[in-house]
Ligand binder design. Structure first.
Ligand code: GUN
Length: 376
């Protein structure tokens, strides 16, 4: 994997760059649509490419390991072939999903024992087997096995957990280095900074992660319920330390405003279920604010759902029609809303990139943040 830093904004820490892997180029800043179980929910791969056009999507180790199971993915020749996606894929390690199973998992130094949310069966994730599973899934970028601490988190717990995440990282690196890729293209491992909402721990963690010299670095443990200001403060501390010449990935973030603010702090990569999950609940993100399409006020509004939108659904369907689809629970409504939201998120990061390259990102970002902070 290669990363080329093309430009840094003069009035913020925003960057425009270019990642190149064996599955092609990823222009940064990038938003990665989430395809947890080998599908971006409700969107055909053709629509995803033609309308939304992301250079990379995300999959989840925890879910893919349980179903269809890695054995099937191996037989298929890896996740790219299985799901008919020839661009980049990143897989999260399960370090987040497993911790969301509170009450159904036990964390020890060796690894995490957890109970499947599907059939209640017991499984164990260790740094070593998570590397093997991600080799078998075959994503281009794979994530280290970490503990995502909850918010709020007691200082001593956060500190102990961070050190364990660091020890797990070393086990991940060792095992990753010892196991070859299976499908004829390279994979790269990103470590994850933890440290909850404590600046000193975040600094320590960022220094440790930077010292491992990976090709890219991630920040975890944010967007777990803390106020946005605390999230930005942590991002700021960490991006001061992580190397400039490597991409920085902020995991699980966030709203369109969170994304622009974190780009301004030097983040290059994002993923979040928000555009897809909220779409299925009728929430549409636009450059002028968010729309709850289920609201009665749209019942006879025949204007397009987003006349500035980049996808076909934005101009071909009216708000009244999409509201009707939600009212009668037609799955087409959720599909339209999902395509719209992902199109909007990808438009937003591409615009950010354009403004970084043009040198006027800061002013554009401030204007957009104000404009998007509305409920329509
Ligand atoms: N997704 C969102 N936050 C996290 C995190 O802290 N760790 C991992 N592995 N995934 C995440």
């Amino acid at each position: 994997m290669e990363f080329e830093l093309l430009k840094t904004d003069p009035a913020s820490k925003a960057r425009a760059g270019k990642i190149t892997t064996d599955h092609g180029v990823i222009e940064t800043p990038i938003f990665m649509p989430v395809g947890t179980v080998a599908s971006v929910k409700g969107v055909h791969q053709t629509e995803l490419k033609q309308e939304i056009n992301p250079d990379i999507i995300l999959g989840n180790t925890y879910h893919l390991y349980l179903r269809p199971k890695t054995e099937i993915l191996k037989k298929a020749g890896g996740l790219h072939k299985f799901m008919n996606w020839d661009r980049n894929i990143l897989t999260d390690s399960g370090g987040y999903q497993v911790y969301s199973l509170s009450g159904r998992r036990k964390i020890k130094e060796e690894g995490v024992k957890f109970k499947s949310h599907i059939d209640g069966s017991y499984h164990v994730f260790t740094p070593e087997n998570v590397m093997e599973i991600q080799r078998e899934i075959g994503a281009d970028i794979i994530m280290a096995f970490d503990e995502c601490t909850p918010y709020p988190c007691d200082y001593n717990y956060a500190k102990r957990s961070m050190h364990m995440t660091h020890r797990w990282l070393d086990r991940c690196i060792k095992h990753f280095t010892e196991t070859p890729p299976l499908y004829g293209y390279d994979q790269t491992l990103f470590p994850i900074v933890q440290g909850s909402t404590y600046k000193d721990l975040r600094r320590q963690s960022a220094e440790y992660i930077a010292s491992r010299n990976a090709e890219g670095n991630a920040i975890g443990g944010l967007s777990v319920g803390e106020p946005a200001e605390e999230m930005y403060a942590m991002t700021e501390v960490v991006t001061e330390i992580l190397p400039e010449e490597k991409p920085r990935y902020l995991m699980g973030v966030g709203t369109p405003i969170n994304i622009l603010e974190n780009i301004a702090l030097g983040i290059d990569m994002f993923d979040c279920v928000m555009p897809t999950r909220n779409a299925r609940n009728g929430m549409l993100f636009t450059a002028h604010g968010t729309i709850n399409i289920k609201n009665k006020k749209w019942a006879d509004d025949f204007s397009p759902i987003d006349d500035m939108g980049i996808t076909f659904v934005d101009t071909q369907y009216s708000k009244a029609y999409v509201r009707h689809l939600f009212t009668v629970n037609e799955m087409l409504g959720k599909q339209i809303a999902t395509i719209h939201n992902l199109g909007f998120y990808l438009w937003l990061v591409r615009e950010a990139r354009k403004h970084i390259l043009a040198g006027d990102f800061r002013a554009w970002k401030d204007m957009m943040v104000k404009q998007m902070d509305k409920r329509l």
